[in-house]
Design a protein around this ligand. Structure first.
Ligand SMILES: [Zn+2]
Length: 180
């Protein structure tokens, strides 16, 4: 009963202000609450939803995964680099190294929670929306905008190497300001 109340309070705080850091969230929801995850009464709580989401893909919801997952997924669909996520973690006082951020992003990607988007050789973004879609990439701003999958039709493909089939087609349309 108490847990339920704490969770509801935390949920409304998170929704109203989005000011709560992952560490705040975890303090409000200690790991001991984990066995109660399946309880229907906790279904709307973002930390519980996140922990369930991790468990559902076979990842143990450790403190670091939960903190980084909170930063990644609590703000809706977005495209984020490891460096930006690391900066956000520092600002939120989540004690992680850049290497841990990289590892966690790759674990989330392998588990299907994120999609990795290689824009340039040096630039990799992680998309919190892993469903099929394409992207606009705005050069100079390092910004990606989602394009629905049915908005682009690839009319012709070269013949595929023997024994291969198309796994997925991802289109990145690179944009620049007119006249630039
Ligand atoms: Zn996207």
């Amino acid at each position: 009963m108490l847990r339920q109340r704490v969770c509801r309070m935390q949920h409304s705080r998170a929704t109203m202000t989005v000011a709560m850091t992952p560490e705040d969230a975890l303090r409000a929801q200690p790991d001991t609450a984990a066995p109660y995850l399946a309880s229907r009464s906790l279904a709307g709580c973002p930390v519980h939803v996140l922990r369930e989401k991790l468990r559902a893909v076979g990842l143990r919801p450790t403190r670091q995964r939960t903190s980084l997952g909170w930063l990644l997924f609590a703000k809706g669909d977005r495209h984020i680099s490891a460096e930006i996520l690391f900066e956000e973690a520092m600002r939120a006082r989540v004690p992680v190294s850049l290497a841990t951020v990289y590892n966690t992003l790759h674990q989330f990607t392998q588990a299907g929670l994120l999609r990795e988007l290689a824009v340039d050789g040096a630039k990799t973004y992680f998309d919190t929306n892993p469903s099929d879609h394409h992207h606009f990439y705005i050069e100079g701003e390092d910004r990606m905008i989602d394009v629905p999958s049915d908005a682009i039709t690839v009319a012709q493909l070269p013949s595929l190497p023997e024994g291969m089939e198309v796994s997925r087609i991802e289109v990145i349309v690179r944009l620049k300001p007119k006249g630039a």
